[in-house]
Design a protein around this ligand. Structure first.
Ligand SMILES: N[C@@H](CCC(=O)N[C@@H](CS)C(=O)NCC(=O)O)C(=O)O
Length: 209
């Protein structure tokens, strides 16, 4: 079995890193220095022409986009480990939340970071009103997640890679000073997911990961 994981510490790739740790699959890790230009090197552009991490190569096939990677690894390795549903309606639920996270919640987060964070782009392209609107949209999405978690420990009932994926994403949102206190179900779920050894391991590696 050959699996290669291309990553940069403290990036979207951390989400995939936690997924790989949860699954316990052996892989070759290739750390990229994005600021140093590794993402734009021809050998990496062959893996991901978008010049972004995460990316994986499994048995010679390159896969990019964090949502696609979680879905793919879940299907390939997660079912037998009880971390991803077998094909059927539950699998549909898993797909729904992972795509929702990157597309719907992700859209609000991208607008928020672009308009409010100095590290995303030039100051003269930022728009305060658009930032405020995006902040409200993130709050609306957190409410949707909160409602979905009502009466449940995890999104699909038991812990799955859906929680791994969404928790890594929402914990990054929380780190940008979003108060989860109004979302009591999200706050409790976030603590449960954050206590898992795989998440602790990736986070403790931090910038040196
Ligand atoms: N939609 C992509 C986004 C990945 C992404 O934006 N990755 C950033 C790091 S967080 C990146 O590699 N940026 C390239 C760079 O900074 O040069 C995914 O979900 O995989």
């Amino acid at each position: 079995m050959s699996l290669t994981f291309y990553y940069a510490p403290m990036s979207t790739a951390s989400m995939t890193d936690v997924v790989i740790h949860e699954l316990g699959v052996p892989c070759e890790r290739v750390k990229l220095d994005l600021k140093g230009g590794d993402g734009k090197k021809p050998e990496f552009l062959k893996v991901n022409p978008n010049a972004k991490v995460p990316a994986i190569v499994h048995e010679g096939t390159a896969i990019f986009e964090s949502a696609a990677i979680t879905l793919y690894l879940g299907e390939a390795f997660g079912v037998e480990k009880g971390l991803f549903p077998a094909p059927g309606p539950k699998r549909g639920e898993a797909m729904k939340w992972i795509v929702w996270s990157n597309v719907s919640l992700g859209d609000a987060v991208r607008r928020f970071t672009w308009n409010t964070m100095p590290w995303t782009g030039p100051a003269d392209e930022k728009n305060e009103k658009a930032g405020e609107r995006a902040k409200g949209d993130i709050a609306a999405h957190l409410k949707i997640l909160d409602d979905a978690l009502a009466g449940k420990e995890y999104l699909l009932g038991t812990y799955t890679l859906v929680d791994t994926h969404l928790h890594a994403f929402t914990d990054w949102i929380r780190s940008m000073h979003f108060d989860f206190a109004p979302y009591t179900n999200v706050a409790a779920w976030s603590q449960r997911c954050g206590a898992r050894p795989a998440y602790q391991k990736v986070m403790s590696a931090g910038a040196h990961g």
